[in-house]
Design a protein around this ligand. Structure first.
Ligand code: SAH
Ligand code: SF4
Length: 347
């Protein structure tokens, strides 16, 4: 078991710290998630216990923040986080006009799915993050920017390829004595691992978003290699099953790429995919990624595409373009400091 403190429930802390009284574990749990930096700060613990634990764990967090950048245009923030083995992960904080603060958390270092339009996809897969490493991202954002209202697993990585750690993190985010964030305000985004989606209703009731990107089989096979494993028909039937079991609406993320997936034929295919599903389509203008030659849509092109969907009775939301100034917008996450081209990338 991973013994890092931020990923443990009170009963697990009780075991791993060999505590005699369960209320001590609860006290420590509350301290950890309220941002205590070490055991010395936990003033309601007996002094000798504090000292013993401090010797074992000089710091609560295992990761650290070597870089933090704020986008001068929209105030969004990107943290680059150094993990204990020296690799780097990234998290983004997005703040909207209504004071809603959304933390975009990473679930893996890199990603194995290889979507052609995504910067993380170009760096390959290095490793999964633990539940603790996921929670530490939030703790570091909270330490600098205060309470967070919403969580999206839309940072680096494919969350359903690291489902156990992500769901454990969701439990901790939701725990009333930890972060107390409602499951309805936590969203997981997947590229479409259909067999995982089929059983997702058994997990904590967080929201599901699927990066559809295109409803044309041939194009999806090209842009998203995962489609060769789980073709559209299978993805759609897994979504129907999930919806039947959970009753929840699903968000379909449509990354709009100029002259690629923005034609009337694309609209017709998307409308066909949506039929019979309760969905919200999130149209996301493709963000430029260095080294990739796709084109971003014009604002008018995005508008036109969204309006055409609405005309067909599809509910559409347009995601704000936030975080571009810090390379923290969707699909722009990748850490150049990671040894992405080294041999273990493909292992
Ligand atoms: N792996 C998961 C979650 C991380 S990607 C997934 O694919 O859903 C988060 C979102 O960013 C996805 O919706 C993805 O389609 C989108 N995205 C990837 N690259 C992008 C880019 N260059 N511009 C805009 N969105 C992008
Ligand atoms: Fe991975 Fe998501 Fe990027 Fe695809 S879009 S490569 S699944 S992070």
């Amino acid at each position: 078991m991973n013994n890092a403190l931020a990923g443990q429930l009170p009963e697990e802390l009780s075991d791993s710290l060999s505590l005699n009284a369960s209320f001590r574990a609860k006290q420590i749990f509350r301290w950890i998630h309220s941002g205590a930096s070490d055991f010395n700060a936990m003033t309601n613990l007996p002094k000798d216990l504090r000292n013993t634990l401090h010797q074992r764990f000089p710091s609560i967090l295992e990761s650290s923040v070597p870089a933090c950048r704020t986008d001068p245009d929209d105030g969004s923030v990107k943290l680059t986080i150094r993990l204990k083995d020296g690799l780097f992960a990234e998290s983004v904080l997005l703040i909207d006009g209504r004071g809603r603060k959304t933390a975009c958390l990473s679930s893996q270092v890199g990603c194995a799915m290889g979507c052609l339009f995504c910067r993380t996809g170009t760096m390959g897969f290095l490793r999964n993050l633990s539940a603790s490493e996921i929670i530490e991202q939030l703790l570091m954002l909270k330490a600098s920017y205060g309470d967070i209202t919403h969580i999206v697993f839309m940072g680096m990585g494919e969350p359903l390829a690291n489902r156990e750690a992500v769901m454990k993190a969701a439990q901790l985010l939701h725990h009333p004595e930890a972060h107390n964030i409602s499951y309805r305000r936590i969203t997981l985004s997947t590229c479409g691992l259909a067999d995982q989606i089929r059983t997702l209703h058994q997990d904590p009731p967080i929201r599901l978003a699927v990066s559809l990107v295109t409803a044309r089989e041939d194009l999806r096979n090209t842009l998203m290699p995962v489609n060769r494993r789980y073709p559209l028909r299978e993805l759609r039937s897994s979504l129907l099953a999930y919806q039947r079991a959970s009753g929840r609406r699903i968000t379909l993320e449509y990354v709009l790429i100029r002259n690629c997936n923005d034609t009337p034929e694309d609209i017709a295919a998307l409308a066909g995919f949506c039929k019979g599903l309760k969905v919200l389509v999130n149209v996301i203008p493709w963000n430029p990624v260095e080294g990739l030659s796709y084109q971003e849509p014009s604002p008018a092109g995005t508008e036109k595409f969204s309006a055409a969907l609405e005309q067909l009775g599809i509910t559409v939301s347009k995601r704000l373009r936030k975080g571009r100034g810090v390379n923290g917008a969707c699909g722009q996450l990748a850490v150049p400091l990671n040894p992405a081209s080294e041999p273990h990338e493909s292992s």
